[in-house]
Design a protein around this ligand. Structure first.
Ligand code: ATP
Ligand code: MG
Ligand code: ZN
Length: 265
């Protein structure tokens, strides 16, 4: 066994050797007032050092930006956790979507553009409404959008409407929920409501959907549905929802073959 004091002596020797390689500490030799930062109102100064280098201080914008970015990443993660993508939908991408006809090509193009220019969509408060027969790739494209927008650290909530309603119901029995799903859904920068109409549309459901869709006014929401416009206007309750869903909304109709049962070859 090695003598421990020997080892310590070795380490110290090493430390002393290293310190000789280190550049000497630079000292400030003067400073110049550059003015006030317009954003954080900090007094910006230029500090000059004896080794000829200079450094700006006083602006807290960079530190703020850093803290902000960190917070955004944390938020994006919690929204991802609250999302529910069944099966392998979290892995669906634009690259594995094959456009077999013109409608699908348009759907792919619009979806890609929506995801890649999401900051612009946010400003325009743009919504998307995917309507069409089962197995035509509506959820696939919505999931691919989620992935791209989430990777830009936006708060993206992806839930099927039945899952959303199930969560709301479950929270009635559990009064001390910290982050009610309704609040998360309202606050999401992008809400993706998959499978609108796959629920039963009881009076309670219709009123809950209305409450959500109404509160999402002026925000970015993506809907997918099998329902036709005529289904969505079958009652006054549904009409009031549908009218709000259609405000500032691009409709994407997909009515090709069902991919699940051996769609386009
Ligand atoms: N154009 C396509 N290219 C590649 N895969 C596709 C395409 N369309 C659908 N799929 C695949 O087929 C399956 C069903 O598609 P998806 O779930 O997106 O259909 P949907 O339109 O949401 O159907 P539903 O109305 O029943 O919810 C998924 O695995 C999806 O990845
Ligand atoms: Mg679907
Ligand atoms: Zn600043």
């Amino acid at each position: 066994m090695k003598n421990p004091s020997h080892q310590i002596a070795n380490l110290m020797q090493h430390a002393v050797d290293n310190s000789e390689d280190r550049p000497p500490l630079k000292r400030p030799i003067g400073s110049e007032h550059l003015g006030q930062c317009e954003d954080c109102r900090g007094n910006v100064r230029l500090i000059k050092f004896d080794d000829g280098s200079e450094k700006e201080t006083g602006c807290r914008c960079e530190a703020k930006r850093y803290a902000n970015d960190k917070q955004r990443a944390i938020n994006a993660k919690s929204y991802e956790k609250a999302s529910a993508l069944h099966g392998d939908y979290a892995e669906k991408t634009f690259n594995d979507y094959r456009a077999a006809d013109q409608a699908q090509a348009r759907a792919l193009k619009l979806s890609k553009r929506y995801a890649e220019a999401f900051d612009e969509m946010l400003k325009k408060k743009q919504n998307l409404y995917f309507q069409g027969r089962p197995g035509t790739g509506k959820t696939h494209l919505a999931a691919a959008i989620r992935k791209v927008v989430r990777d830009q650290n936006y708060k993206v909530l992806f839930l099927s409407l039945p899952d959303y309603l199930g969560k709301v119901k479950a929270e009635f029995d559990n009064a001390n929920t910290t982050y009610p799903i309704y609040k998360m859904a309202v606050d999401a920068e992008l809400l993706i409501l998959d499978d609108v109409g796959a629920n039963r549309m009881t009076d309670w459901e219709v009123s809950e959907i209305f409450r959500l869709v109404d509160a999402r006014n002026g925000k970015c929401t993506i809907y997918t549905t099998n329902l036709k416009s005529s289904d969505m206007t079958a009652s006054i309750g549904l009409s009031r929802i549908f009218s709000r869903m259609m405000a500032n909304t691009e409709t994407i109709v997909l009515n090709g073959d069902d991919y699940r049962i051996g769609g386009p070859e």
